[in-house]
Design a protein around this ligand. Structure first.
Ligand code: ATP
Length: 245
């Protein structure tokens, strides 16, 4: 296995607020890694540091073996990273299809060029049915699918998802998790931030737990899942728990 993403001794700040402390993290090619933790633990900030939106002040971040610690967000995205931020952020006034065409028209150098609109619709047939609808009229679940489909169209080798199940009904959460599994089947490495602890550790190979800006546990996701007390302690901090299968 080769490392797709590594963080070594990363510290990040918002102005003078020291948020991330000495983070070590890695994701290997083709695996799903989940990053867990309570609200405010620093998960989103870690994703922002990876994407260059809140650059690390200390430490080192590598992507596909290259140092990206000081690179700009657009450069990092262009290396083959799809980022689906918290809250989806689809363009409400554009149709489903227009949303999907946004990344295609952007000057992104696709590493493989395998994802097309037709393939995205194959994976998400319900988006095809609604392709002329304004994105804001879609349900939360379909908006999440749209955000994921849009990220796929940049042909990512690494896909970063920030709480994709947030605010979704349990059945829809299962759909989202099924889709994440399918993307792993395509060879895409996935970094999944989730409040839905049980579903996340069922689907992931490895888990990292963050608390107060520090990694407090890391290991095999199955090991985490088997420790019911640990799961309950963390799952109790989230609003709801749904199984992935
Ligand atoms: P959540 O599940 O609520 O999204 P999180 O684990 O993603 O939580 P972050 O959003 O990374 O946590 O927040 C980590 C800490 O940084 C929190 O204490 C938060 O209040 C603080 N924070 C987040 N954004 C900013 C900002 N723009 N300026 C200052 N502090 C911030």
């Amino acid at each position: 296995m080769s490392a797709v993403l590594t963080l070594t001794g990363v510290h990040s700040y918002y102005a003078k607020s020291h948020i991330l402390h000495d983070l070590d993290f890695s994701a290997e090619a083709g695996e799903i890694v989940t990053l867990l933790g309570r609200n405010g633990a620093g998960k989103t900030t870690m994703l922002r540091s990876i994407m260059g939106l809140t650059p690390a002040r200390e430490g080192r971040i590598t992507l596909f073996g290259q140092d990206i610690t000081r690179r700009a967000p657009f450069q990092i995205a262009a290396m083959g990273v799809g980022y689906v931020p918290e809250g989806r952020r689809v363009f409400g006034n554009l149709t489903v299809e227009e949303n999907l065409l946004v990344p295609v028209s952007a000057p992104v150098s696709a590493p493989s060029g395998r994802w097309t609109l037709a393939r995205a619709y194959e994976l998400f047939p319900r988006l095809q049915q609604r392709r002329q609808s304004k994105a804001r009229t879609l349900s939360g679940g379909k908006q999440e699918m749209l955000a994921i489909a849009r990220a796929l169209l940049v042909n990512p080798r690494l896909l970063i998802l920030d709480e994709p199940s947030q605010g979704l009904a349990p059945l829809i959460v299962r759909d989202v998790f099924r889709t994440i599994r399918e993307m792993r089947g395509e060879g895409i490495t996935i970094l999944l931030v989730e409040q839905n602890v049980r579903a996340a550790v069922e689907i992931a190979e490895r888990a990292f737990v963050m608390d107060d800006g520090r990694i407090v546990w890391s290991g095999r996701a199955s090991e985490f899942a088997a420790d019911e007390e640990r799961v309950r302690a963390l799952a109790g901090a989230s609003t709801k728990a749904v199984h992935a299968a």
